[in-house]
Write a protein that binds this ligand. Structure first.
Ligand SMILES: Cc1cc2nc3c(=O)[nH]c(=O)nc-3n(C[C@H](O)[C@H](O)[C@H](O)COP(=O)(O)OP(=O)(O)OC[C@H]3O[C@@H](n4cnc5c(N)ncnc54)[C@H](O)[C@@H]3O)c2cc1C
Length: 377
């Protein structure tokens, strides 16, 4: 008998297993694929972390706590996980990310600089934004190494007693009195509490939530910089930039893997994660190449790699972190809508709070299930 079963050992589930095991709980964590793997939402060598959180001010205290927990994890794991590069939020004056990043900096006293288009290029010559752009530069922004983060959480969770199985798929769960029962492709288990951290597959485990948790195909492109010095860590901050073609995000050339770019919501393809096309084609590349050629021309060398990945979008693009209606012994973390990875460390802490204490000191009111158009049976 376990205290807690965690379903899914990706970004969030690995962090939950780590925090639960650290607090002495008997944990079983189940992952349908290898750990880590490239079929979900938490692969591709880098994820942006930034304090200038324009999506909603409620995220800033959480991301501050996330930074502390990532640093603790690095120390425990003796592995570099978070690389500070600075972050750029750029777009036309009045755009949602510029206004929101400026407001977050003001509200939380974050150090930052405002740069017009010429000043941005002068300071970081890899950037050639449209002339009307303004940018908020925040020096604490950076990148996380997602596969290494998952591996660190998992190996430390194991060393603290967690039992973690890969290649075991949960096919069914139900709340059973005050506990839970979980059936997998292999066997079944019982526990007092359940944490659902199934990423894009959450809709298959919580059918009634599926309409509000939409998996979406994404594509990442890595190029060889033509002028590599402009795209080194230290010379090139991570970015989220709004241009006429849409929102793009990207990274310096860290670990010598190339300049990386993606388009937020890529080609707006809602998919089934079990049948999604994971090959990357010319149409995918064209979407990203155009932006490299126009806005980062010195990075527009040969293609080094392309990979698909999955967002899980809620209608308002805020997360779901809650206990299940009618089953308070079940906590759910899902719908991270393309911006969740940086929070894995603190979401793991919150999930451990919800599972072991029934509540958390963190303000997660923005992430309630009840705000979504879901009818739970
Ligand atoms: C291209 C791309 C770029 C992104 N960029 C950023 C960024 O820069 N910054 C940022 O903060 N966020 C970013 N995100 C978002 C972030 O990566 C995700 O929000 C986060 O990784 C979600 O983690 P998760 O644990 O919910 O999902 P996952 O990591 O996919 O984990 C879910 C796990 O559950 C397993 N699972 C599912 N069902 C079952 C089952 N029935 N039985 C057993 N196991 C199961 C899956 O196999 C998977 O391993 C990006 C996402 C993508 C796709």
């Amino acid at each position: 008998m376990y205290d807690v079963i965690v379903v899914g050992v990706g970004g969030m589930g690995s962090a939950a297993a780590y925090h639960l095991a650290t607090r002495g709980a008997r944990v079983l964590a189940l992952e349908q694929f290898d750990i880590p793997h490239e079929l979900g939402s938490s692969h591709g060598l880098s994820r942006i972390i930034r304090l200038a959180y324009w999506e909603h001010p409620a995220y800033v205290p959480l991301v501050r706590r996330a930074y502390d927990l990532w640093r603790d994890l690095e120390r425990d794991a003796r592995e570099p996980l978070l690389v500070v590069t600075g972050s750029i939020d750029a777009g036309p004056e009045g755009s949602v990310n510029v206004v929101g990043a400026r407001a977050a900096c003001a509200a939380f006293g974050l150090p930052h600089d405002e740069l017009d288009s010429d000043a941005l290029t002068a300071r970081f010559p890899g950037y050639r934004p449209p002339a009307e752009s303004v940018a908020i530069y925040q020096p604490d922004g950076g990148l996380l190494r997602p596969e290494a983060c998952i591996t660190a959480h998992v190996s430390l969770a194991r060393s603290r007693g967690a039992v973690i199985h890969s290649r075991e798929r949960v096919v069914e769960w139900h709340a059973d009195g005050r506990g839970v029962r979980v059936r997998t492709n292999d066997t079944s288990y019982a526990a007092e509490r359940l944490v659902l951290a199934a990423g894009p597959w959450t809709g298959t485990l919580v059918r009634s939530a599926a309409p509000a948790l939409a998996p979406e195909r994404q594509v990442m492109l890595w190029t060889e910089p033509i002028r590599p010095a402009l795209f080194e860590v230290g010379a090139f901050p991570v970015f989220y930039i709004l241009v006429p073609e849409g929102p793009f995000y990207g990274f310096p050339n860290h670990d010598d893997r190339g300049f990386k770019i993606g388009k937020y919501h890529h080609r707006r393809e809602r998919v089934d994660p079990d049948t999604m096309d994971r090959t990357c084609g010319a149409e995918d590349e064209a979407v990203l190449r155009g932006a490299v050629a126009r806005y980062f021309p010195d990075a527009n060398g040969t293609t080094l790699a392309m990979k698909t990945c999955l967002f899980t979008n809620t209608p308002d693009e805020h997360f779901v972190i809650d206990r299940m209606p009618g089953a308070p012994q079940v906590a759910i973390a899902a719908g991270f809508s393309g911006h969740g990875f940086k929070f894995c460390s603190v979401v793991g802490e919150i999930l451990a709070d919800l599972a072991l204490d029934g509540g958390t000191r963190h303000d997660i009111s923005l992430f309630r299930l009840a705000r979504l158009p879901i009818a739970f049976q």
